[in-house]
Design a protein around this ligand. Structure first.
Ligand code: EPU
Length: 417
């Protein structure tokens, strides 16, 4: 199995190009199924394992997927000849739940294995199912797969019990071809939710309100192919911003939407770092002392759960006590055991990590238990004394494109072996 080997101590300096958002791309690819005519050409797609997995699932359904270059895909969904998505790839990843909404909308039936994904807590899909049923679908779970069918889908009002990125996107997808209007309330407002709405509208859908608390979807007769470019990845950007501060570096992140990074920038500034916004770039640097701070994760526009783990590494290396309260996932502090092996002083009580900053972390052999834990350990390796070896890096490859190349370009001593 491959490992990342990092020799810590170099400050990150230079420019890094941020890729398209993983959590947008993983919804756009299944949503492309809705095009019963024409082809979808999607650009700025991150070259990550989760996307490769979705390409394979689309092909297994009969779609034609053509890689135009490492970041552009052409999807022809006219050739889909089965609604049965039950492969190892479907089981492996979380976002395969979007095939339920997309196949249901276009073919009025689907059989999709229950999704997998990072082991960060209980990950129910009850809100997705409640929404599909409200649109008129019949749902059963048998032999580990969701069976869903509907004579027709009819628009209705759906008020979600919890704010869910996945359920919001899945119901937007499912309602695009329903009769009448669907109103979704208590929805997620993440940039990737807005991106999926924009993509569906480019295909001919009529969706209004994405990015606010209420989304209205007026059903249309059919959707067609379109050309689209994925929104920049707020989480990849956040990870590089945090790594820059942790290494006391000076980095310009290009191809970002600074507004999407506000909650992360605010916390870095509160710690004592500098963040300068350009039109589609941010410069992050450190020119003075840093101090510990408190963070509570929340749905957008709050502090994203997906950068909480990298932030934990940074806070473990600055003076003073910091708290991180994780409100979205009940089991997202697994990186802490690994950081402790490197000398961090962190105590987890329930959903809160209590972090006492130490002067140095020291390199050792650590394991990436999940995607963002992996990113947290890469940052730990960048600041640690000596060599850090990270195993289970397939988790990192699921969501960060060419992570070692990007950090190497910024001056890090990191290789894959
Ligand atoms: N929830 C329910 N019922 C549901 C759906 C969600 O109770 O039917 C709960 C979850 O248990 C959780 C909360 O609602 O406590 C939020 O879950 P959400 O549905 O928003 O999460 P998700 O769609 O499964 C996506 C991202 C995650 C990210 C979360 C929150 C994808 C593929 N995954 O997951 O990304 O943490 O939203 O922003 O989009 C990551 O990229 O590392 C990652 C885990």
């Amino acid at each position: 199995m491959e490992k990342l080997i990092i020799n810590g101590g170099s400050s990150l300096r230079g420019e890094v190009e941020i890729n398209g958002a993983k959590n947008a791309a993983v919804a756009l690819l299944p949503a492309a199924i809705l095009a019963s005519e024409g082809k979808c050409v999607i650009d700025n797609v991150p070259d990550i394992e989760d996307v490769h997995c979705l390409e394979r699932i689309l092909k297994s359904l009969g779609a034609k997927v053509n890689k135009l270059n490492s970041n552009a895909l052409e999807i022809n969904a006219q050739t889909i000849d089965t609604v049965n998505a039950c492969t190892e790839d479907v089981r492996r990843m979380r976002a395969s739940y979007y095939f339920i909404g997309a196949l249901l909308a276009r073919f009025k039936e689907a059989r999709v294995e229950l999704p997998g994904g990072c082991p960060i807590g209980v990950r129910p899909i009850d809100q997705h199912i409640k929404g599909f049923e409200a649109l008129g679908a019949k749902v059963s779970i048998e032999h580990g797969a969701v069976n869903i069918m509907a004579e027709k889908l009819v628009g209705t009002n759906i008020f979600f019990d919890v704010v869910s990125v996945g359920a919001t996107i899945n119901l937007m997808i499912a309602a695009t071809l329903a009769e009448g209007t669907t109103t979704l309330e208590n929805v997620a407002k993440e940039p990737h939710v807005v991106d999926v709405a924009n993509f569906l509208n480019s295909m001919g859908a009529d969706i209004k309100g994405a990015g606010t608390d209420v989304i209205k979807i007026r059903g249309v007769e059919k959707l067609s192919g379109c050309n689209y470019s994925v929104v920049p990845d707020q989480i990849e950007a956040g990870t590089f911003m945090i790594a820059t501060v942790a290494t006391k570096g000076d980095v310009v992140l290009k191809n970002v939407i600074p507004k999407h990074l506000d909650s992360i920038s605010a916390k870095l500034i509160e710690m004592g770092a500098k963040v300068e916004e350009g039109d589609d770039s941010v410069r992050v640097y450190v020119d003075g002392p840093l101090k510990g701070i408190n963070i509570k994760t929340a749905p957008y526009p709050g502090f994203p759960t997906d950068v909480q783990q990298p932030m934990c590494t940074l806070l473990s290396s600055v003076p003073g006590r910091s708290l991180i309260v994780e409100t979205i996932w009940e089991n997202r502090h697994k990186h802490v055991d690994e950081l402790e092996k490197m000398g961090a002083q962190i105590k987890v009580e329930g959903r809160t990590a209590i972090i006492d900053g130490v002067e140095t972390l020291t390199g050792t052999l650590v394991n990436a238990t999940d995607l963002r834990a992996g990113a947290a350990l890469v940052i730990a390796g960048l600041i640690a004394e000596g060599e850090t070896q990270i195993t289970s890096i397939e988790h990192i490859d699921r969501g960060y494109p060419h992570i070692e190349d990007k950090f190497k370009k910024l001056g890090a001593k990191i290789t894959r072996r």
